[in-house]
Design a protein around this ligand. Structure first.
Ligand code: P61
Length: 469
C-alpha cells in the first residue's frame, strides 16, 4: 500500500487543506443591497428556489451542477463527437465508469433522476417495499410512482443532530431484518443505499456496514443498488475514519465499496464535477436489457441517454479527477473549515460535519417556531435577507406528504443546508458565510415563522410559496 498523497499542509501535520489547483478564470459576484434583497425575497415568496441567481451573492443552494470544471474538462468539451449513435465520448465514459466504479453495463442519463426513474420502473413491482438509508426527495418519489413503498432503515443516530457517530449513514441491520421478517424478502424490491446520505447531513456509510449488508442481502436474495452521487466523498470518510483504510487511496475504496452492490445510479452533477449528466450501471444482463429498452422511450438512445457527446467527455474526465486524494482532502477540508467556525461559535449544526454541506439545525436555532411554521425555510429566508447568501430548506417542506394519507411527513430533522459547490468559492467566502449565520443566530429570538400559501403536488419545495406570519 502506498502513501496517500495529501495537501502540503497535511503532509507536515498541519490543519490547512489548500486546494491542489489555482484559478484560471473568474466570474464576478454581484452584491445586492438590503432593500433589493427584501424586495427579491418577497417576489420569490420566501422560497430560495424562486430567487433569480442574479439576486444572490454567495450561492449555497446546492452542489448540484454548480462545480467549476477543470482546464482538462473544458479541453474535453472541444472533443465532443455529437453522433446520434455510438459517440466516441460514450465509450470513454463507459470505460471510466467500469474502471472507477466497477460495474459492467452502463447507460448515460440526462441527470440523476432520469436514472432513478428507469431503475424504479424496471426493478420495482407495484406493491413492493424498498428499504433504504433515509429517503431522498426524487429517489423516493420515483419509487412511489413505480408503485413501491419506501421504508427507512437508517441507524437512529442519523436522526440526532448532536450524535457524533462517525458513520451516521449506516443501515441498521436489525431494522432491515425486522422488515424482511415482516414483509418477506420477495416483497423487497431492493435496498436503496446512498453513500453519503444527503438528507442526514452528508453522512457516510462504513465499509464494514456495506459488507455486513451484502452478507445479509445475499442470504435473502435481495439486491443492493447504490446511489453513488457522492460515493467519492463517502470513500474519503472511510479513509479518514475507518480502521485499516488510512493509507488506501480513495479510488480503491470506491471500487471495494461498489463491489458489494449490484448496480448504481448517479447524478454526475455532484462528485463527477460536471454541470449536467448522470448514469445508471448494473451488473445483471437481463435487467440491463430492460433498462436499455426503456431508456430509448424516456431519455434517448442508449449511447447518449440525454447527454451531448461533449458532456459525456467532461464527465469521463471528472470521474478521474474526483477520485484524486488531494482533490478530496481540499473539497471536504473546505466544508469542515466552515463547520469548525460555526461550531466554535456554538451554532447548532449537524455533527459531525458531512461531505458536501453544513446543515444548520433549525429546530435548535429557532426553538420558538413550531415545525408547521417552517423553521428551516425561515432560516434560509433570514440568511438571504442578511447577506444575499442562498441556502436550501431540508425539513418539513422537503419531506412533502404521505401519498396514502395526504398528511405532512414530519421529519425529525429540520435543517437548512449551506451547500458548498466544488472548486468554486474560497476560504474568505466561507468566512463571510459564517459571519452571516452568526448574525442571524444572535437575533434569532425576534424571528417569526412562515405560512405556506401555495403547494404543488410533487416535490413541493421547488415551487411552494410562503408569507410571513
Ligand atoms: C441536491 F432540492 N441532489 O442535493 P439530479 N440522489 C442524491 C441527490 O443529492 C440528488 C439526486 C439523487 C440535489 C439536486 C436536487 O430535493 C431536491 O441530478 C443523493 O438532481 O436529478 C440530487 O439527481 C438527483 C435538489 C434534487 C433538491 C432534489 O441539491
Amino acid at each position: 500500500m502506498h502513501d496517500v498523497p495529501k495537501t502540503m499542509g497535511q503532509q507536515f501535520g498541519r490543519r490547512s487543506w489548500a486546494e491542489p489547483w489555482k484559478i484560471k478564470m473568474v466570474e464576478p459576484l454581484l452584491q445586492v443591497s438590503a432593500e433589493d434583497r427584501a424586495r427579491a425575497l418577497r417576489a420569490a415568496d420566501y422560497n430560495t428556489f424562486l430567487l433569480k441567481s442574479e439576486e444572490v451573492y454567495i450561492d449555497l443552494l446546492t452542489d448540484s451542477g454548480t462545480s467549476a470544471m477543470s482546464d482538462r474538462q473544458w479541453a474535453g468539451m472541444m472533443l465532443g463527437d455529437e453522433a446520434y449513435a455510438g459517440s466516441r465520448n460514450f465509450y470513454r465514459l463507459e470505460a471510466a465508469i467500469q474502471r472507477s466504479y466497477g460495474y459492467r453495463h452502463i447507460l448515460p442519463t440526462h441527470q440523476g433522476r432520469g436514472a432513478e426513474h428507469l431503475l424504479s420502473r424496471c426493478a420495482i413491482t407495484p406493491g413492493q417495499t424498498i428499504a433504504g438509508n433515509m429517503y431522498f426527495t426524487t429517489t423516493r418519489l420515483h419509487q412511489e410512482l413505480a408503485g413501491g413503498t419506501f421504508v427507512d432503515v437508517i441507524v437512529d443516530a442519523a436522526h440526532d443532530t448532536a450524535n457524533r457517530d462517525p458513520f451516521k449513514g449506516n443501515i441498521d441491520l436489525d431494522k432491515l431484518e425486522a422488515l424482511i421478517a415482516k414483509v418477506g424478502a420477495a416483497n423487497i424490491a431492493y435496498v436503496s443505499l446512498a453513500g453519503t446520505v444527503n438528507m442526514a447531513g452528508g453522512q457516510p456509510v462504513s465499509m464494514a456496514n456495506v459488507k455486513a449488508l451484502r452478507a445479509l442481502c445475499g442470504r435473502h436474495g435481495i439486491r443492493i443498488f447504490l446511489d453513488a452521487t457522492r460515493m467519492a466523498e463517502n470513500a474519503y470518510f472511510i479513509q479518514q475514519r475507518e480502521p485499516g483504510y488510512a493509507s488506501v487511496p480513495i479510488a480503491q475504496i470506491v471500487r471495494e465499496f461498489c463491489d458489494q452492490t449490484d448496480g448504481a445510479w448517479m447524478s454526475g452533477k455532484k462528485d463527477n464535477l460536471v454541470n449536467i449528466g448522470g448514469w445508471l450501471a448494473v451488473n445483471d444482463w437481463t435487467l440491463y436489457e430492460e433498462l436499455r429498452n426503456q431508456i430509448v422511450i424516456y431519455e434517448g438512445l442508449h449511447t447518449y441517454g440525454g447527454m451531448a457527446g461533449r458532456d459525456m467527455e467532461a464527465m469521463a474526465i471528472g470521474i478521474e479527477e474526483c477520485l484524486q486524494d488531494s482533490y478530496m482532502h481540499s473539497r471536504v477540508g473546505q466544508v469542515q473549515y466552515l463547520g469548525e467556525l460555526l461550531t466554535d461559535w456554538q451554532i447548532p449544526i449537524v455533527q459531525p460535519v458531512g461531505g458536501h454541506a453544513i446543515f444548520l439545525d433549525a429546530r435548535a436555532f429557532y426553538p420558538h417556531i413550531p415545525q408547521h411554521e417552517f423553521p428551516a425555510q425561515t432560516l434560509a429566508a433570514e440568511l438571504y435577507l442578511d447577506s444575499g447568501i442562498r441556502a436550501m430548506e431540508r425539513g418539513v417542506v422537503s419531506a412533502g406528504r404521505n401519498p396514502a394519507t395526504g398528511d405532512h411527513y414530519y421529519p425529525k430533522l429540520e435543517l437548512t443546508r449551506l451547500t458548498i459547490p466544488r472548486r468554486v468559492y474560497t476560504q474568505a467566502h466561507m468566512d463571510v458565510v459564517a459571519e452571516s449565520v452568526k448574525m442571524i443566530f444572535d437575533r434569532r429570538g425576534e424571528t417569526r415563522g412562515l405560512r405556506m400559501t401555495y403547494e404543488p403536488k410533487y416535490l413541493r419545495f421547488f415551487q411552494a410559496k410562503f408569507e410571513r406570519l
